[in-house]
Design a protein around this ligand. Structure first.
Ligand SMILES: C[S@@+](CC[C@H](N)C(=O)[O-])C[C@H]1O[C@@H](n2cnc3c(N)ncnc32)[C@H](O)[C@@H]1O
Length: 306
């Protein structure tokens, strides 16, 4: 599609009309930016000088179609566009995996704060449990280029999507994908993980029905539902974390807004050290981290035998 020229006043009138029909202005601006290359900055300039012409990479009637499908059928805009910006890259997204959320970006920052400052020059092994689109795995592969990475998911279609994203954004070496449940396919590397991230399904079953249609009708149930209290997956992951982590290795998890105390307790009960909550940008304790003690594997195991 070539460049389409449009009068600024026409674009602003079109925008007002679509918002009047329904949906959120912030989402329409996201669509303009992702599907027509009209940035938030371009829109601000138009408000000051509406008479200028603006260049779009898609015609307004195509955008109207997408917006109508979003509003009428509650299809996520990311699915309609097929892309989602996340940290410093754009991921392919589809109904095969969760659309990566902005708050999850913070897990990478918290992980890097746990590691030595020169971690990007060191070697190590990381894992992303429940990789979905591969968002966390792509980010880890990019910031820790000398580490060996392992991304796990039980969904074959999510793994196919993660593979395309990793190939496109992180090169074709330094990472492996595994189909299976949490730590299970990673047994050969147990005791060696220096860093493990997971954003497991954590929505309590009873809350699933309350989710917006844009989420519950279009994102995989397997990526959302965490069982009765939402902690089934967290429990399974944390149960084997001490055995799977290397001495001194870190695990960081995302969880529901009201699960912080319970997840920290699970981490402590599993024998991990320095359990701590981390907060999202709204001040909600949405992440938990902990470390395996820095002693050697043999002394750790012999402690268990005693
Ligand atoms: C909340 S999504 C997170 C996806 C991605 N990491 C992100 O942050 O956008 C949870 C992922 O866990 C996967 N999953 C669910 N049960 C699993 C299991 N038993 N073992 C491995 N992965 C599982 C789902 O398929 C889904 O991709």
């Amino acid at each position: 599609m070539g460049v389409i020229r449009c009068k600024g006043t026409d674009l602003l009138v079109w925008r007002r009309e679509l918002i009047r029909r329904g949906g959120r202005a912030v989402d329409l601006d996201w669509l303009l930016s992702m599907a027509a290359d009209c940035s938030w900055g371009d829109l601000q300039k138009l408000r000051i000088c509406p008479d200028v012409e603006i260049e779009l990479s898609a015609p307004l009637h195509d955008l109207t179609d997408l917006w109508t499908r979003h509003c009428d059928q509650h299809i996520p805009l990311q699915h309609l566009v097929g892309l989602c910006p996340w940290r410093d890259f754009e991921l392919e997204v589809s109904s095969d995996a969760l659309i990566p959320r902005q708050e999850t970006e913070l897990l990478i920052d918290f992980a890097l704060q746990c590691l030595p400052e020169d971690a990007c020059h060191l070697e190590g092994i990381w894992a992303d449990l429940g990789t979905g689109s591969g968002a966390l795995a792509v980010a880890l592969a990019r910031v820790l280029p000398h580490w060996q990475g392992h991304a796990v998911d039980s969904s074959a279609s999510a793994l196919a999507l993660a593979e395309r994203n990793l190939m496109a954004l992180a090169g074709n070496s330094g990472w492996q994908l595994h189909r299976g449940s949490w730590w299970e396919p990673l047994k050969p590397w147990w005791g060696q993980f220096g860093l493990v991230l997971s954003n497991p399904p954590y929505i309590p079953t009873a809350v699933m029905d309350e989710l917006e249609p844009v989420v519950k009708d279009h994102e995989p149930h397997l990526a959302l539902c965490g069982g009765g209290d939402g902690l089934d997956c967290c429990r399974q992951i944390i149960r084997d974390a001490r055995k799977a982590l290397a001495p001194g290795g870190w695990i960081l998890l995302e969880h529901h807004h009201d699960q912080s105390a319970m997840v920290l307790e699970l981490l402590t009960d599993a024998g991990l050290e320095r359990p701590e909550a981390r907060y999202d940008l709204q001040g909600i304790p949405r992440f938990a981290l902990a470390q395996r003690a820095c002693q050697s594997i043999t002394s750790d195991l012999s402690m268990e035998e005693r």
